[in-house]
Design a protein. Structure first.
Length: 254
């Protein structure tokens, strides 16, 4: 069957930030000043504070997607990593240092890439520092069962070097550009890895800006973990292409 997704080839070895080669952007004005204390990653939702400066979005009034990083740390997305869970023995994922937005909201463990997902705490536990999944004694996951795992992890310096750093040979784009940032703030198709990895996404799902109370500031999510409507799923993440395609409604939300 032909893959009908928009230019579904891999454009990034480690799948991080915003994929500008595929994103269809109508407006990305570069005149905004970032708050000096703000920290956000490319592909994250941002908003304006009362001084009209860019900060990470808290889920209430998203202004758009940041095109650039204002941080020295970035995360890469992994979708549908195939894992076998034996007994109550910890099993290593391919990467440590997992993103943990809200104390148990950073990993999805499922029977299949879509559909039923197991419950963290009762079916499995996660060591976010070491990147390990452990089946619990009372888990409904069969002993020796195979699962699919979605997560994001902090990229190492070596991976950043292999991926290619920016013009200034560092991750932080904004702070070295007179604190200026470009924000995508009109209708667009955005391919981003700055989404809640614990969710299952399907085409046309309603997307919202993640709530600060759920530890999802700046992240795209769905359901009760977010507040402001931002658009719909255009392309769900897959093992070969972990980016989330967002049909962003832009200024229509305000």
């Amino acid at each position: 069957m032909t893959d009908v997704r928009l230019e579904s080839f891999q454009s990034s070895v480690y799948h991080h930030g915003i994929d500008l080669t595929r994103s269809q952007i109508k407006n990305a004005l570069g005149m905004y000043v970032a708050d000096v204390t703000a920290i956000f990653r490319s592909g994250m939702l941002v908003q304006l504070n009362n001084e009209q400066k860019i900060i990470i979005c808290d889920g209430t009034v998203p202004f758009g997607f940041s095109k650039y990083n204002k941080t020295n740390i970035t995360y890469a997305a992994v979708t549908d990593e195939y894992l076998q869970l034996n007994g109550v023995i910890s099993t290593n994922l391919l990467h440590p240092s997992l993103l943990n937005p809200s104390f148990g909201a950073g990993v999805r463990v499922g029977l299949a890439p879509t559909g039923i997902a197991y419950t963290e705490g009762s079916d499995y536990t996660v060591n976010y520092n070491n990147g390990q999944i452990t089946r619990t004694p009372t888990s409904i996951i069969p002993d020796g069962g195979r699962v699919y795992v979605n997560y994001q992890y902090q990229m190492t310096n070596l991976e950043l070097e292999q991926e290619g750093l920016n013009y200034w040979n560092q991750v932080n784009d904004v702070s070295v550009r007179n604190n200026r940032v470009s924000v995508v703030n009109d209708w667009s198709l955005i391919f981003t890895t700055a989404y809640d990895p614990s969710q299952t996404y399907q085409v046309n799902d309603i997307l919202v800006a993640g709530n600060v109370a759920d530890g999802l500031s700046g992240l795209v999510t769905k359901g009760a973990k977010g507040t402001a409507f931002i658009g719909r799923v255009f392309q769900p993440p897959t093992s070969s292409d972990p980016y989330l395609g967002v049909r962003y409604v832009g200024g229509m939300i305000n």
